[in-house]
Design a protein around this ligand. Structure first.
Ligand SMILES: Cc1ncc(COP(=O)(O)O)c(C=O)c1O
Length: 503
């Protein structure tokens, strides 16, 4: 792959408004520098991981998720380094819900992180990629019996118990198997993270975890400590995602240590582990200003040290579970632009060959993104347009009001910062095959997930016999399909005719 290096400060497009109200074309937002880790090469093409994005699109097709592998690794190293510096007794778990495939699981393992998994599918993916079960931390507010069985049988390192039902079921299942899993209790600390309500999880009115109110969390801890089949290692909380200040996490550290001290007072037991979840926010558009990994981690480490001291509690083993901040800014999604729709004085729609099927976040949360015409990333953006997805929903708009460099049909459009909660939330809505995922590093690109085909789309269908014909995705099969269907029709006609004769 051709293309060089890191970002040179050129103009890129900026999403300026999520408003559904059409805006006048003259209200032009300024261009901003293309954010790290992306760049522009001497052909004026957008680059990632030393690869030319226009070439990537030609080679692998679009839509295409492209990750800068070195950036992902560096984010993981930053977390490990800073946590080791500010709180050595600690472990970083990658929250795989942000983005997971076999290659990503292996990468996190190689970088020395554990994996936070939240379903049987995520456990299976991690094990399939060779991640040792002991390095997995299992979450979920309604784990199925099958998922718990998978976790127990595989020997998952820690199970985070969410509710009383799960506590008793897990105890029974562990006793039946003669195993003693290490568990943490998920606590809802009653803290508001000041983020989107859909990703706020730590307040009292939450579907997750044991509330502190009415002594419910205390009761759960006492039950778990009394259990002969469970080893209660500690407590967990996750207060929310896309958080721009570590302050709520400082508060969470205090609440959690106060709770641990309360349990020690009531039972005499010292819980060894404290997991404060993930949540550090990322920059999606200009103006987003999250703290650096280092300062976020420093604040958390200090908060736990101080809280332990305040409660005269031995410093627990501290775990954190970042997801978004590890992968989001590493990735862009490449699309091909279709025919523009211009409504004079109202809006110009730039349709792309993907949308809410590969990135549901704008439709789900009203999320904002930046975009660049990859073919002319070195040119100043000139026109305010809106990027429309191809799904049959008016709400499938990837970006409203973004300034681009004169987009034309056939251009490659890059939507930036799509690493987290895009591929993992992608769907086959409208029977659109999911895009491929590639990792780019040092000018080379490797496929991590191949593009879905139409044959993949129908591979799980159980169709009535009449339509059970070979996939038309296989070359030359369209005719076979047509003749097979005709043959079935013919047979039916004959059968009907025969019945008439018989009658
Ligand atoms: C339990 C838990 N841990 C970690 C995370 C990761 O959060 P983020 O991607 O914001 O770092 C989440 C996200 O929802 C979560 O639910």
């Amino acid at each position: 792959m051709q293309g060089e290096g890191r970002a040179t400060p050129v103009s890129a497009a900026v999403a300026v408004s999520e408003s559904a109200v059409p805006r006048a074309q003259e209200e032009e937002p300024p261009g901003t520098p293309i954010p790290e880790p992306f760049g522009v090469n001497d052909r004026g093409h957008l680059t990632i991981g030393g690869c030319d994005t226009v070439e990537l699109a030609a080679t692998f097709g679009t839509p295409l998720y492209v990750f800068d592998e070195s950036y992902v690794r560096e984010q993981m190293r930053r977390y490990r380094r800073s946590l080791a510096a500010h709180y050595p007794k600690s472990t970083v778990y990658y929250a795989s819900k942000a983005f997971l495939c076999g290659g990503m699981a292996a990468l996190a393992d190689e970088e020395g992180l554990g994996l936070d998994v939240v379903s049987g599918g995520e456990i299976f993916t991690a094990l399939h990629a060779g991640v040792p079960a002991a390095k997995l931390m299992m979450h979920g507010n309604n784990k199925s019996l099958d998922e718990l069985a998978l976790a127990l049988d595989a020997g998952v390192g820690r199970i985070v118990v969410d509710n009383f039902y799960e506590l008793s079921v897990l105890e029974e299942m562990a006793a039946e198997r003669g195993v003693r899993p290490r568990v943490l209790l998920r606590i809802t600390p009653g803290i508001e993270a000041h983020t989107h309500e859909y990703v706020e999880t730590g307040m009292v009115d939450s579907k997750f975890g044991f509330p502190l109110v009415d002594g419910l969390a205390r009761r759960a801890a006492i039950m778990a400590l009394r259990s002969k089949s469970l080893e209660l290692a500690g407590v967990h909380c996750h207060i929310g995602s896309q958080i721009f200040s570590a302050k709520p996490l400082e508060a969470a550290a205090e609440v959690m240590l106060a709770f641990m001290a309360e349990i020690r007072e009531v039972t005499g037991e010292v819980l060894e582990e404290l997991d404060l979840g993930g949540g550090l926010g990322v920059r999606y558009v200009e103006g987003d200003d999250p703290p650096a990994v280092e300062s976020f981690v420093r604040t958390i480490g200090r908060a736990v040290r101080y809280a332990a001291k305040r409660h005269s509690y031995p410093r627990p083993h501290l775990m954190i579970e970042p997801g978004r901040s590890i992968v989001n800014s590493a990735c862009m999604t490449l699309y091909t632009v279709g025919g523009l729709k211009e409504i004079p004085g109202v809006r110009t729609y730039v349709p792309v060959n993907g949308g809410m099927s590969d990135n549901p976040r704008p439709a789900l949360y009203g999320s904002k993104y930046e975009a660049v015409v990859a073919d002319r990333a070195g040119d100043a953006p000139t026109r305010i347009v809106s990027v429309a997805g191809k799904c049959c929903e008016s709400g499938d708009m990837l970006i409203r009001d973004v300034k681009l460099s004169d987009p034309r049909p056939g251009d490659i459009l890059a939507v930036l910062g799509t690493g987290a909660y895009n591929y993992s939330m992608a769907s086959n809505y409208n029977r659109i095959p999911r895009p491929a995922v590639v990792f780019a590093a040092n000018g080379e690109a490797r496929v991590m997930v191949r593009r879905e085909t139409y044959a993949d789309l129908v591979s799980l269908d159980v169709v009535p016999e009449r339509a059970a014909v070979i996939s038309p995705a296989v070359p030359g099969v369209a005719d076979a399909v047509a003749s097979a269907v005709a043959a079935v029709d013919n047979a039916e006609d004959l059968a009907v005719g025969q019945r008439r004769i018989d009658d």
